[in-house]
Design a protein around this ligand. Sequence first.
Ligand code: HPA
Length: 286
Amino acid sequence: MEVIYDKKSFLIENLVENINEAVDFIKSKTDFKPRYGLILGTGLGGLAREIEVEYELKYKDIPFFPVSTVESHQGKLLFGRIGNKNVVAMVGRFHLYEGYSMVQITFPVRVMKFLGIEKLLVSNAAGGLADDMEIGDIMIINDHINLQLANPLIGPNIDELGLRFPDLSEVYDTELIDKAVKIAADKNIRASTGVYVSVTGPCLETRAEYKFIRIIGGDAVGMSTVPEVLVANHMGLKSFAVSIITDIGYPTEKVKKVFIEDVIAAANKAEPKLTMLVRELLLSME
Ligand code: HPA
């Protein structure tokens, strides 16, 4: 595993310069113009194989990009087409539990916006809490609760990126949610809509925590996505996010262990369904 900590680090005050440096570097390598940004977390690797790749860049070569330290996540940016749609896809993402800051883990979203994307599509693996959830289900995220108790927008607001106090009434685009629900029904894909609760990880939850998350309104819980969509929302990007339910959080006396190997296996098994859903959604966009 290669971990690079000696890249130039950035200060929030230099954020826009740093974004521009990364963007200039990417533009010096490819003139491909993406319209849609994808973050392919656990369970959407299959979508990467659907991309007719025009150009590929490793995170470690891009200025200021962190590098994935998680084995199940590769670290590359793919530029190419799915059908007639120009996409840039992050294959592998960053998490708070890797030790990166909120600003670092969301840096690539800002870079994708500066590269011209108009919408962001995100996937993740999550623990299921809603009553009838089963391993392998898909949950289309329609709202979230941020239990990471941190926010990538803390610090001086950069007005050219967005507002100081962004409205969060539609973080997940309603039109995209409705389209995805319809596609899932048409394709016979079992999918619900629900609230995603973000936690820092890396520990999975205690039974009391699963219970708590359910009580406060969570349908699924995971360690990513919220920072990325907060930054996207700040910059006026419409977001769509979807979870693969890889384990069930039992809030009862039943003790059932959750192992990361099972999470990855469940995600891989559900991957074709999710790939189909996101592909169709993308193709349905104007
Ligand atoms: N909890 C938190 N994150 C997760 C889980 C979970 O149960 N499953 C997959 N990611």
